[in-house]
Design a protein around this ligand. Structure first.
Ligand SMILES: [Zn+2]
Length: 839
């Protein structure tokens, strides 16, 4: 699964951030939560699922599903005469044993509408299987569900616009199983350690398309205008990976080798299906080759649905994506890797790490999510080069390091409050970085050989981190207990201070290493590159203690000592290099992170010559992300920087191959308010890229707000992403009630990501628009957003801040009704509790 936190990261640091200040992320603070110290044991396996057969039809009016289930099980090891199935919020009509073609009713208790305790007709041994028939109604909208950071709902089964009253939204049904919500639509043992084959027959209005796991075995037209589709999944997988989707979708048929690869899109976006998803077969091929295990399933489908509760979900053979992938050609021009493709790569890797071998419990979620997170960088590296992989990896590390609470959590976590809490920046981003680091330590070949052993050994079963350790040890011949103990079963990361001393008399370079973190001392393998006399020599060193000293001989004083030269260590560094050394590093050391570190050091000292050299060179860095980093950090108030950078920025704004770099350059130039740039902005407004157009419109707004307001009107019909943000920004500044409907519509119909991109200016306009009714409409939207997203890290205080500001301004405007609405909204949002139930 890709979670909302990751999506908001895309919003905050990705393409939408060009016109957004980054202060939002820094404001984010999360109230401290009490640590809950409950040992989460892996539930005992008493009965094992064998086969699950479902026959379902839907009541769109009531949002019910009528189900019949034949579930086959057998005792796991010990004989048993009873069975317990998870079944959430259902009406249970009949529970029987199927024997010789007859249904023999069984005694059962339905406890708290959560769990079916069934008495079997006799004691069964683990060489005997039995089949239970259950007739039931699933009522997801009546289910008491809860939210979390990863997923903001847990109904299992979702009816979208079921009565068709919303003209802008298609009618759809889809499911979301992870973590344990499949049992809201069929009784099962809803644990990742269970695996079952399945067969699902769905009876739906004949005009709709269906999708489920496995192959479409049959389609039958019924006399009542419905059709029954039967999907068969012949290989076992976990209940949380079951899926169904029903709706008006167009299917684009692609293939990998001889297996079908299908893309299900709403008709409106179907023309872009190939452009959005067309890289999928290439990724399947790459992962198959890299892992030495060919894609194990009989087909791969991806579907994009409305109102999805998370980012995307890796249901076996049938990945479901949120509507942020409903994109057009013009949006894809600005997409590059960060938007969409990383999600496609992530969910696809889960087909091996998650679906083929499944984490044995939520405590071991790392066996699913760290691998999927790692795969994003892996694909970036393969497709777009090492810089892209390193950049993606480091973004993940920053996201982990930015969250002070994350340092106290073990990667494999046996103690947690709620299983949904496992879907955090430790299981995802930190875990992904740990695998990136481990690959570097073992070398690619040993690492992938180890993954191959892990996958083959545990195929169609479950895995935990110890099994990964054993597989990697078998492949590499190296003991890895130390690594797993500190990174998988321990928390935090080293805070490493590095300082240097050269002794000319003895020709000795001394490196002082000091781990400053509280908690465990990390054992660190470190590559140290010494650049001296025009040569680079690599030394391999180990840091074994909290403080360590390394000494190196060198014939001449080194130009640079590059500690942690491979730059994959999960670490927070204080590296006491001079700017001169950083300049040498920028121009001579080979990695993305070498250049990144140099820019970081330079951007805070831009009055110094060495820093200027770095900043100006970085404007032309070979990796677009570093060009953007340099552009954004440029201090144009410094005359040297200004004079040297101005022509470079102007050239980048007009002709960089990357539209996001062009947009960044336009944005940097717009702050200078150079009247002569008006023509350049107008030229850029003709670009096919929404990002370039958006930056150009913002530039014009700086010079001539009245003209910008006029020009913005012309883009109301066709705008997305940054252009939409710019129009809303222009309107928020100088528009009024005439522009409010556009602003309101954009915001209220935006996806989660879109809303975060627009929210500042939406609030700004809400605060100053003349008409009180408009302001109240705006306040209502912000209240809804607060209720929905408050529990996600830092969003609560951020939205409260916006609402307080609106309240103040409406007070100045003497708009009592809006003041009251704002007060009410603040109260409602502050009353939203972080609903945590212990499960
Ligand atoms: Zn995932």
């Amino acid at each position: 699964m890709i979670n909302l936190r990751t999506l908001s990261k895309i919003v905050l640091s990705g393409i939408l951030a060009v016109s957004l200040s980054t202060s939002y992320g820094q404001q984010a603070t999360k109230p401290a939560e009490p640590a809950i110290d409950i040992y989460r044991e892996t539930p005992p396996k008493i009965n094992d699922l064998v086969h699950t057969k479902l026959d379902v039809r839907f009541d769109y009016k009531k949002c019910f599903m009528y189900g019949k289930e034949w579930v086959t099980l057998k005792p796991h090891f010990y004989p048993t005469d009873s069975l317990r199935l998870d079944a959430k919020g259902m009406d249970i009509k009949n529970v029987s044993l199927v024997k010789n073609g007859k249904n023999i009713p069984l005694k059962y208790k339905y406890e708290d509408s959560l769990s079916l305790a069934i008495n079997l007709d006799k004691v069964y041994r683990n060489n005997e299987s039995y089949t239970i028939y259950i007739d039931y109604t699933s009522k997801p909208n009546l289910l008491k569900a809860k939210g979390s950071a990863a997923i903001n709902d847990a109904k299992g089964l979702y009816f979208i616009n079921p009565d068709g009253k919303d003209k802008d939204k298609p009618t759809q049904i889809w499911t979301q199983g992870e973590t344990e919500s499949s049992s809201a639509w069929f009784p099962t043992i809803d644990k990742p350690e269970q695996k079952t084959t399945d067969e699902i027959s769905m009876t739906v209005p004949a005009k709709y398309v269906t999708l489920s796991n496995g192959r479409l075995a049959s389609q039958k037209i019924n006399k009542d205008g419905t059709r029954t589709d039967t999907w068969k999944m012949d290989l076992p997988h976990s209940p949380y990976l079951f899926m169904m989707a029903v709706g008006d979708f167009k299917i684009y048929h692609d293939k990998w080798r001889n297996k079908p690869v299908d893309y299900y899109m709403e008709p409106k976006y179907a023309p872009y299906a190939k452009e959005i998803f067309g890289g999928t077969p290439e990724i399947i091929e790459f992962y198959s080759k890299t892992l030495g295990v060919d894609y194990p399933w009989n087909k791969y489908a991806q579907i994009v649905v409305r109102d999805y509760v998370s980012g995307a979900m890796e249901n076996t053979t049938a990945t479901l994506h949120g509507e942020f992938l409903n994109t057009t050609h013009r949006q894809l021009i600005d997409a590059y890797y960060d938007f969409g493709h990383q999600t496609i790569a992530h969910e696809l890797f889960h087909q091996w790490f998650g679906d083929y071998v499944t984490a044995e419990s939520w405590s071991n979620l790392t066996m699913n999510e760290s691998f999927a997170d790692f795969s994003e960088a892996l694909w970036a590296e393969h497709k777009y080069g090492k810089d892209a992989g390193d950049a993606h990896n480091y973004e993940g590390m920053e996201e982990y390091l930015r969250d002070p609470e994350a340092a106290s959590k073990d990667l494999v976590r046996f103690h947690y409050d709620d299983r949904e809490d496992m879907f955090d920046n430790v299981s995802y981003q930190k875990g992904g970085c740990i695998l990136y680091m481990l690959r570097n330590y073992l070398g690619n070949e040993a690492f992938y050989k180890g993954l191959n052993i892990y996958l083959k050994t545990n195929a169609f079963k479950n895995g935990e981190a110890q099994q990964l350790r054993l597989a990697l040890e078998e492949a590499s011949g190296r003991d890895l207990n130390w690594f797993f103990n500190q990174w998988y079963y321990g928390a935090g990361h080293p805070k490493l201070s590095i300082s240097y001393k050269w002794d000319d008399a003895s020709k000795t370079e001394t490196v002082f290493l000091d781990q400053k973190q509280d908690g465990q001392t990390f054992k660190l393998p470190l590559a140290v590159d010494i650049y001296a006399g025009g040569k680079k020599v690599r030394h391999k060193a180990w840091m074994n203690d909290k403080m360590d000293t390394l000494t190196f001989h060198s014939d001449t004083k080194p130009d640079l000592v590059n500690v942690d030269a491979e730059k994959t260590t999960v670490v927070e560094k204080t590296d006491n290099k001079t700017l001169g050394e950083y300049a040498f590093q920028y121009f001579n050391a080979p990695l993305y992170m070498d250049r990144y570190e140099a820019i970081e050091a330079a951007q805070v000292k831009q009055s110094e010559k060495d820093a200027q050299k770095i900043m100006l060179a970085a404007l032309k860095d070979k990796y677009y992300g570093l060009r953007m980093k340099a552009i954004r950090a440029l201090n144009m108030k410094n005359d040297d920087i200004h004079n040297a950078a101005l022509p470079v920025l102007t050239a980048l704004a007009q002709s960089d191959e990357n539209t996001l770099v062009r947009a960044s350059a336009l944005t940097a130039l717009s702050k200078l308010k150079i009247q002569a740039n008006m023509d350049m902005y107008k030229q850029a407004l003709k670009s096919e890229s929404y990002a370039v157009q958006g930056a150009a419109l913002a530039g014009i707004n700086q010079l001539d707000p009245a003209q910008a307001l006029q020009l913005a009107k012309g883009f109301e019909k066709d705008n997305r992403g940054i252009l939409t943000q710019s129009i809303v920004a222009v309107y928020a500044e100088s528009g009024n009630s005439a522009e409010w409907p556009f602003v309101y519509n954009q915001f209220s119909t935006a996806s989660t990501g879109g809303k975060f991109g627009l929210v500042r200016n939406f609030a700004k306009m809400t605060a100053r628009v003349d008409n009180s009714a408009d302001a109240q409409q705006g306040i209502e939207e912000l209240k809804e957003m607060g209720i929905k997203y408050k529990t996600i890290n830092g969003i609560g205080p951020f939205l409260t801040g916006l609402l307080n500001n609106i309240k103040e301004q409406r007070t100045t405007l003497k708009d009592d009704a809006s003041v009251k609405a704002a007060e009410d909204a603040l109260k409602v949002v502050s009353d939203v509790k972080e609903t945590k139930e212990t499960k």
